[in-house]
Design a binder for this molecule. Structure first.
Ligand code: LCS
Length: 394
């Protein structure tokens, strides 16, 4: 299908990057499960290695993976994308490309645990300094900027606090200081938020979550706005080798086709569940970007096309009361991850963010009583009845 730029989001989700196979007419993109590709002759091989179009070796590009990259690049409005073996491989691709001896990164304090942990525990070995701030106030980003700051790394909504960061304001601050802006858009998905249109230079996703959506693949992707940034990333990514397998790419391509349908359903369920929990006498607090009680409700309306499908809440009675909920629910599985077709519930302080030291966790708002629910696409009444039943047990 030509001229994707003029098509609607649902059409682009389904068709962008997809081509009917010229050899067979296959409508579904085939899985090119081949590690290497034959050249017509020596000159053709040399031309491919000089950078002319043509596949060489799957770590350096594969047609199935390319179909997925073109699809997501289109959805995010980027010039291109690089698929990675996991979301963390995507995060690390960006860090490795732009950070080095004598450089500094400013990052949102409440990011996915390992995105912070590798900066604090591993990157200092390479002479990289990091400062974590509550980026929901752009002034905190401004204050943390240094002459050697190369990246401003934002996660919005943040995992698991659901705090939002004003992308336009932070991009203006970062660019004034000569830094690139990276946004982890995993929680919103391209269906609800497009940071490249709001000043970001790079967007990344754990495609393990909403983009794939079926809890059966671990995958990541990085999307760049400008070709120079994409080519710099590509060089690092292909040679460090955290690339994607074609079968993995095909599964994600299969999953992304229903991204819009799933997001609509899951976020409608999340909105209703957030409103139910907020009114429940056993619930101490609820944080969900679609609730008017969210401190950045207005920013969410401006920056996102909906509140998303993840919420966090605390039960009166703290962690022990929260454990009663987590241990007794039947509809959501007690499991980390999010963005799948099914609901999941977890306790970030002891699970996804356990590696972040207590003081830093608390400073970032990841309180011990915080329970995170990734709301799925089940019959809403079943989810609510389940939570209602377990809250009565507290
Ligand atoms: N970025 C965000 C916002 C994430 O939530 C995750 C994983 C990653 C990056 C890393 O992606 P992965 O390598 O796992 O594909 N988040 C998880 C979570 O909250 N529970 O389990 C994994």
């Amino acid at each position: 299908m030509k001229d994707m730029g003029k098509r609607g989001l649902m059409t682009r989700i389904i068709h962008a990057g997809q081509h009917t196979d010229p050899g067979t007419g296959a409508v579904s993109t085939p899985i090119y499960q081949s590690s290497t590709f034959a050249f017509r002759d020596a000159d053709h091989g040399a031309a491919c290695f000089r950078g002319e179009p043509g596949y060489k070796y799957t770590r350096l590009g594969n047609p199935t993976t390319a179909a997925l990259e073109d699809n997501i690049a289109n959805l995010e409005g980027g010039c291109g994308a690089l698929a990675a073996a996991s979301g963390m491989a995507a995060v690390n691709m960006v860090y490795l490309t732009f950070l080095g001896q004598g450089t500094h990164i400013v990052a949102t304090d409440a990011v996915y645990g390992p995105s912070r942990m590798i900066l604090e525990n591993e990157y200092p070995r390479f002479g990289v300094a990091s400062t974590f701030v509550d980026s929901s106030d752009p002034q905190n980003v401004a204050k943390a900027m240094r002459p050697d700051t190369k990246l401003v790394y934002l996660e919005t909504p943040a995992n698991p606090t659901l705090k939002l960061t004003d992308l336009e304001a932070c991009a203006a601050i970062a660019h004034k200081g000569g830094a690139l802006v990276v946004v982890d858009n995993t929680f919103a998905s391209p269906y609800l938020q497009n940071p490249l249109q709001q000043g970001a230079d790079i967007v990344l996703h754990s495609m393990t979550k909403f983009i794939n959506g079926h809890t059966d693949v671990v995958a990541g992707i990085v999307i760049a706005k400008e070709p120079a940034v994409l080519e710099r990333l590509r060089k690092v990514h292909y040679n460090f080798g955290g690339t994607m397998d074609p079968h993995q790419a095909w599964l994600v391509l299969r999953g992304v086709k229903t991204l819009g349908l799933r997001m609509e359903r899951a976020q409608a369920n999340a909105m209703k569940l957030a409103a139910f929990l907020e009114k429940h006498p056993k619930v101490a607090w609820v944080r969900y970007p679609g609730l008017e009680s969210h401190p950045q409700y207005e920013l969410g309306k401006r920056q996102m096309r909906g509140g998303g499908a993840v919420l966090s809440f605390g039960v009166k009675g703290g962690l022990e009361a929260g454990k009663v909920v987590i241990n007794n629910v039947e509809v959501p599985a007690l499991a980390v991850s999010l963005g799948g077709i099914e609901s999941l519930i977890e306790h970030p302080a002891s699970m996804t963010h356990a590696g972040v030291p207590l003081a830093e966790r608390q400073a970032a708002g990841i309180s011990d009583d915080l329970v995170r629910v990734a709301v799925g696409c089940e019959t809403y009444e079943d989810i609510e009845a389940d939570l209602k039943r377990v809250l009565e047990m507290v």
